[in-house]
Write a protein of this length. Structure first.
Length: 468
């Protein structure tokens, strides 16, 4: 429920809880903004056909979690206090009849469940002592890292085992990489529309971020060069392989140009390649073009199975000791059981099998989406995990997200991916990894119908998507 205000009779029971959820959703999608005044308890109760007590209880819940504030004599307002940025995905509970295409995951079926069950059964009878008993990363993960080299080669990265750190997924790897090449106060350049967790992590580490303008291939080399010429930049954090919010993929020339700028200005590069080898014929990673200054990470959760939190961080040899120490300080070591599962899947061929399955499934879904969306402008990698649909005006984004939710579809708004207001590209991110094929196709139909249909009174206008 994200339409604001809700329609009378649409709130389920208990009404106060669903009213509170509707207000939260409206705030997260931008339908309600910081400082907006909410209706009085009595006004909203009259509008929705509820009791004043029900509205009061919903408001009290939101005041308690600091989403709204009540000011004596003035009314109730959306909080303007600094809060952690809302995630791009929406809150969808099991009892809600909503197709969730807001969460970025690979496609998962009974095949994946069966493969995991088989692996766990095999581990029960033959589990290495180091996995259970070692409290030190080296003994626990030495064999896992050797196996990881095979997976990294599939990602296009060749390196030595001493330069690989096992992590609990890509988020842990990102933290270790940034803390290995920056200190508090440093400036890090990144995509204007990039990784939604990076700003929060940067604030935690005391780092400053600079937004770089983007085109269809991602960040512009001349923009990076101009920034580095004007001020001291310590590192570049980038996602060149299509997983940034705008689904931009760098070609070979762009990657070479970015590496040339980095060398000229002495920049370190942190390369996020969380999707790994989903695209079979892709340009070589930055880590192979500028290995002396690139910290590269990938993982298994985005391309094989969401719950398989296994990541691999590759660092230049001169930074190996520092990076290992940062990992010890932040996580101590990756979970050995997860590392064992990942290693077995790679060694036994399960990872290869599931990778090829995922590629085929994503290619089929992306082609279906392209055919169904037709003239509606959008961008996606051929086997990407999401589709970016740009919108013409920032104000349209919240309305579109709300309209889609009303029709039973949850998508991610573009706002959480923007580094600042100046770099904001309005649009929606539609994630294609929903478990059900039918649900995915229904979701695409809902989007295509909304964005190509006639305008409705009081709703978002017709042809609100961008045109070339």
């Amino acid at each position: 429920m994200t339409i604001w205000p809700p329609r009378p009779g649409t709130l389920k029971r208990p009404a106060y809880r669903y009213l509170a959820q509707a207000i939260v959703s409206a705030i997260e999608t931008g339908a309600l903004r910081p400082g907006d005044r909410l209706p009085t308890h009595r006004e909203l109760a009259y509008q929705l056909g509820l009791s004043v007590q029900t509205v009061s209880r919903a408001y009290e819940e939101l005041i308690r979690i600091q989403m709204i504030v009540g000011e004596v004599g003035r009314g109730t307002f959306v909080s303007t206090a600094a809060r952690e940025a809302a995630p791009p995905y929406q809150r969808v509970t099991p009892e809600q009849k909503v197709i969730d295409c807001s969460m970025l995951t690979p496609i998962v079926t009974e095949l994946h469940t069966r493969k995991m069950s088989e692996t766990l059964g095999g581990m029960a009878s033959a589990l290495p002592d180091a996995v259970l008993q070692s409290f030190r990363p080296q003994p626990a993960h030495s064999s896992h890292v050797q196996t990881a080299l095979t997976w990294l080669q599939r990602c296009g990265v060749r390196t030595a085992s001493d330069c690989v750190i096992m992590t609990n997924g890509s988020t842990s790897a990102m933290t270790v990489a940034l803390t290995s090449v920056t200190t508090a106060g440093d400036l890090v350049a990144t995509e204007a529309m990039g990784h939604h967790t990076l700003p929060t992590l940067a604030r935690t580490l005391g780092l400053r971020l600079a937004a770089l303008p983007m085109d269809h291939e991602g960040i512009l080399p001349e923009a990076l060069d101009n920034l580095c010429s004007a001020t001291q930049v310590k590192a570049l954090y980038t996602m060149p392989a299509g997983l940034n919010a705008l689904a931009c993929t760098m070609g070979n020339e762009r990657r070479d140009a970015i590496c040339a700028v980095a060398r000229h200005h002495g920049l370190m590069i942190v390369e996020n390649d969380a999707w790994g080898p989903l695209e079979p014929h892709r340009p070589a990673p930055l880590a192979m073009r500028a290995p002396e200054r690139t910290l590269y990470f990938t993982g298994l959760s985005k391309c094989l199975l969401p719950g398989l939190r296994v990541g691999y961080l590759v660092v230049p040899p001169r930074l190996a000791e520092a990076a290992n120490n940062r990992h010890l300080a932040t996580s101590w070591m990756a979970t050995a059981l997860m590392g064992e599962i990942g290693a077995r899947w790679i060694a036994e061929g399960t990872a290869e099998e599931l990778l090829h399955w995922q590629r085929r499934a994503l290619a089929r879904r992306n082609q279906f989406a392209a055919d169904r969306l037709g003239p509606i402008r959008h961008r996606a990698a051929p086997r990407g995990l999401h589709i970016w649909i740009p919108l013409s005006e920032p104000g349209h984004e919240a309305a579109v997200v709300a309209r889609l939710r009303e029709r039973g579809l949850a998508v991610a708004p573009g706002n959480p991916f923007a580094l600042d207001d100046a770099s904001y590209h309005p649009g929606i991110r539609f994630c294609v990894g929903n478990r059900s094929e039918k649900a995915f196709e229904t979701g695409i139909d809902i989007v295509a119908t909304l964005l190509s249909g006639p305008a409705e009174q009081g709703k978002a206008p017709d042809r609100i998507y961008e045109t070339d």
